[in-house]
Ligand binder design. Structure first.
Ligand code: B3K
Ligand code: ZN
Length: 885
């Protein structure tokens, strides 16, 4: 196991490499336990490096077979080799060729980094530092090389041989059972984008003609028998390719684009040049196997990996501190694509929900870090919501601040200036400073300051002066390694509406005309006062429209204001936000009452507002997908986050459950009507409008079941039996799971029997059970760990059952600490075989300090138990140390 060296890597220590590798030839002869890799490297001293420096190539658990320099075996005195390094103390100071032979055991590689086996296929994962598990290399993103890859394998075992680039040659090896293929990638790339796949795979093929007429062969490779599940992924790919041409003028640049779906994968997918490798969860879908959410996920991830071809591959990162350069930007691009393909307001709501659920807690806890970190112990732990989602929000703000034309011109300049290079955040921002004529020095602080800013808004209406004074302030709480926080540049989109919902024109002597015209005020200092004039009557403020900045908000809106916004705001996001804010206030009060031993009070106005949305949805006056969002209450996690400290998940659960019950009872007839009238299209279509109708119907069913258990269960049974798609079937099963008893157990068993051959569907079944809010769930999870479909070596299974359990607010956070103990036990079991997944699971404990004291001490105990072990991977050691610091 690669244990921690204890030495952190720092951005401030960046030095260019001392040597460059212009060309790589790999000859890979595949065997399950003894794969031979011959790597021929064209190396030269880097003029920007240190002359005469030693050449230190990275390795990780490597076994060196032989090494030659310019065609001659290298004198053993001239090099030192260990599994982790290959060092030539005095390499030539002119261009030279190094030929390195290593031997690998793909079948024994459980870390799923480097070359490994998934099912019956060979595949690779090299980002961030997996290439060094294949051969010794300068395994860093600023070393760019062309690659020629020759693969050789048994014909029967691996009829398909794929690598990056275009296929140059293939054929049989006379007199043997083996064959070969040669792939050439003419585009220089860093080693983390290398990939190969070999196996007995089926595929579907298609063709894309780029704007300038290049014909591209598209292939999606899957397990035999799964071809019919790849059509939606192919469709998403073609739409993504067109969109990148239309929106950014970016065309694809090889003759081939292949995607391979594998079932053992540490994350979602990987953007290897010309050969994307995917977790099969983000490829495979049929109406009867995948939910609408799965379809949306496939579309987004296919687009994300494709968009990396320009933002990540053609222009890559100078070092791993710049990860957000490719990830934040590419998330921004995929979010924009999905918004374009679907409903933009609904997509925005979903993205903000995701940001608040994953990134806000990260930013508020011990794992908080900058969008561009400055120090790390283990880079794998920095593929985070902060780098990805907050990184995307920063780009979104940049576009809002400089305007769409300057943003597009800046992107064009970035592509032109940095194509074929490894760039930095400074390079990127420089392009936008140039095209917008704006100094972005202060804006750049978003990259170097962790923590979610809190925006405070206070307003005063002066009837006599017909004016409204708005005081805005920002503050960011100190984080672990940054005591002092400076003001950020925050775009605040806002509007004012009158009681009937009419938009009031913004007029003020304190704001720039451009701010008033766009409705986006800039807060660049700790506080700012703006007085709006010509306001005939007390208006309602609609603040942070479209969630124009990744901030928390403390405003002085009354509940009456929120009710007006929930009905009339022309900004859909804020209509949704108003309902969420109302519910959050109510639930916080209710949870407080429960903690104090009192009964929670349900606010009649809120119940009525909820009914109004049901009515509008029924009448078709609002979009169904939007209505489904507006009708779902803030999650238990949302409430916990708002509480900030002394969190008691049981009190939150009871508060939320009683509100759901009250809403379900009060609006049972309306919910039943929605459930009837939005139901059962004879023909399934995954498009956004159809998915929205199903989402609304299912939201209605779940709320009804919360209020009227019997009626809900009957409807759920009917839906379960009659549904022609997984979205409706699974929602029905979830509704049945709300009530303990034989009916639930029977439905769960029947579901498992019906989908026994389908691991991705069983993952849903694992998650659902892991999230049941009852004290028996812990025992159920333990029992499911012995289920024949569960496997500790498959990351999807582990994420479903164990990850699902750690998202179960009441049961993971049991007051007796048994939930934490189970997680700790699993993390320690998994760490030696797959440290990346183990570390990811452990980060489920990152918010432990916000809990009430008893749970805090139990969580601390679990963390300390892990920290006390001597044999921890660098990955887990890093997370546990930061969590406890
Ligand atoms: N770039 C990969 C993530 C690699 C994670 C390495 N631990 C997928 C993506 O963001 O597109
Ligand atoms: Zn990415």
């Amino acid at each position: 196991m690669r244990t921690s060296t204890g030495q952190p890597i720092r951005l401030a220590d960046y030095r260019p490499p001392d040597y460059l590798i212009d060309a790589v030839e790999l000859d890979v002869s595949l065997h399950r336990h003894a794969t031979r890799v011959v790597s021929t490297l064209a190396i030269r001293p880097n003029p920007a490096g240190r002359a005469g420096a030693a050449l230190a190539l990275d390795g990780d658990e490597l076994q060196l077979v032989s090494i030659e320099l310019d065609g001659n075996p290298l004198d053993p005195a001239a090099f030192a080799a260990s599994p982790e390094k290959l060092v030539l103390a005095n390499p030539p100071q002119i261009p030279f060729t190094l030929r390195i032979e290593t031997q690998l055991d793909p079948a024994g590689n459980t870390k799923l980094m480097g070359l490994y086996r998934s099912g019956s296929a060979y595949c690779t994962q090299c980002e961030a530092e997996g290439f060094r598990r294949i051969t010794y290399f300068l395994d860093r993103p600023d070393v760019l090389s062309t690659y020629v890859t020759r693969l050789e394998a048994d014909k029967a075992e691996a009829p398909v041989l794929l690598a990056n680039g275009n296929l140059e040659a293939h054929g049989d090896l006379e007199g043997t059972s083996r064959h070969f293929a040669v792939w050439r990638d003419p585009h220089k790339k860093p080693s983390y984008l290398f990939a190969l796949v070999a196996g007995d795979l089926a595929h579907i093929a298609d063709r894309f003609v780029t704007a300038s007429g290049r014909k591209v062969d598209l292939g999606i490779y899957v397990e035999h028998g799964r071809q019919d599940r790849a059509a939606y992924a192919m469709d998403s790919l073609k739409r993504s390719m067109r969109w990148d041409e239309q929106e950014y003028g970016r065309e694809y640049d090889l003759d081939v684009f292949n995607i391979v779906a594998v079932s053992d994968f540490n994350m979602g997918a990987m953007e290897n040049k010309g050969l994307n490798v995917f977790n099969d969860k983000y490829v495979l879908a049929l109406p009867e196997t995948a939910t609408d959410e799965d379809y949306a996920g496939i579309e987004a991830v296919i687009a994300h990996e494709y968009f990396h071809n320009w933002t990540g591959n053609r222009i890559t990162c100078r070092d791993w501190f710049q990860l957000c350069l490719k990830e934040g930007l590419t998330v921004f691009r995929d979010q924009d694509f999905s918004a374009h393909e679907r409903s933009a307001p609904v997509k925005r709501i979903a993205d903000v929900r995701g940001l608040r659920a994953a990134q806000f807690p990260e930013d508020a806890g011990p794992l908080a870090h900058n969008v561009r970190p400055e120090i790390y112990h283990e880079i794998n732990n920095f593929y985070t919501a902060t780098v990805y989602q907050k990184g995307a929000e920063v780009i979104r703000m940049l576009k809002l601040l400089i305007g769409a034309p300057a943003f597009r011109a800046g992107m064009d300049l970035y592509f032109e200036r940095y194509d074929g290079t490894a760039a930095t955040i400074e390079d990127f921002l420089g392009c936008f400073a140039e095209t917008s004529g704006r100094d972005l020095t202060d804006f750049k602080r978003w990259y170097s300051q962790a923590g979610t800013p809190l925006l405070t808004f206070r307003s005063a209406y002066d009837e006599a002066a017909r004016s409204l004074t708005l005081d805005m302030a920002q503050a960011t709480a100190p984080t672990r390694d940054q005591a002092v926080k400076l003001p950020l540049t925050i775009p605040i989109a806002l509007g004012m509406i009158d009681a009937a919902g009419g938009e009031i024109a913004l007029a003020s002597a304190d704001a720039n005309p451009s701010e008033l015209a766009s409705g986006v005020l800039e807060l660049t200092t700790a506080s700012r006062r703006v007085t709006f004039t010509g306001v005939a009557s007390r208006p309602t403020l609609s603040l942070l429209r479209g969630f124009s900045a990744p901030a928390r908000v403390d405003d002085d809106l009354t509940e009456a204001d929120l009710l007006i916004l929930s009905r009339h705001d022309r900004d859909s996001f804020n209509r949704w936000q108003a309902m969420q804010s109302l519910a959050t206030r109510l639930l916080l009060r209710a949870a407080g009452a429960i903690r104090a031993g009192q009964a929670p009070k349900i606010d009649a106005d809120f119940v009525e507002a909820y009914g109004a949305i049901l009515g509008e949805a029924q009448a078709g006056r609002i979009d169904a997908a939007f209505a489904a969002q507006a009708l779902s209450l803030p999650s238990e996690g949302d409430i916990a986050r708002e509480m900030e400290r002394n969190v008691d998940p049981d009190a939150i659960f009871v508060a939320r459950d009683s509100l759901r019950g009250a809403l379900g009872r009060a609006h049972a007839p309306a919910l039943a009507r929605l459930h009837d009238s939005f139901g059962g299209a004879a023909h399934f279509s995954p498009d956004a409008a159809s998915a929205g109708r199903r989402a609304l119907r299912n939201a209605a069913l779940l709320m009804l079941a919360a209020g009227k258990a019997e009626e809900g269960a009957q409807r759920a049974q009917r839906q379960l039996a009659g549904a022609n798609n997984m979205t409706e079937r699974f929602a029905a099963l979830a509704a049945l799971c709300l009530t303990p008893g034989a009916a639930r157990e029977h439905a769960l068993e029947a579901f498992a029997r019906a989908h026994a051959a389908d691991p991705l569907i069983l993952d849903k079944w694992f998650i659902l059970q892991a999230q049941i809010p009852e004290k028996e769930t812990l025992a159920r999870v333990r029992a499911l760990m012995s289920h024949h479909a569960f496997s500790m070596s498959n990351p999807n299974r582990v994420r479903a059952l164990i990850g699902g359990f750690s998202a179960n607010q009441t049961q993971f956070n049991r007051a007796d600490g048994a939930g934490y103990a189970l997680l700790a036990e699993i993390v320690l079991t998994l760490d030696p075989t797959n440290p990346q997944v183990a570390a990811r699971l452990l980060s489920g404990l990152r918010s432990w300090r916000s809990l009430e004291p008893q749970r805090q001490s139990k969580a601390q105990e679990a963390l300390a138990g892990i920290a006390g072990k001597t044999q921890l991977s660098a990955d887990v050691r890093d997370i546990v140390t930061r969590c406890l610091s």
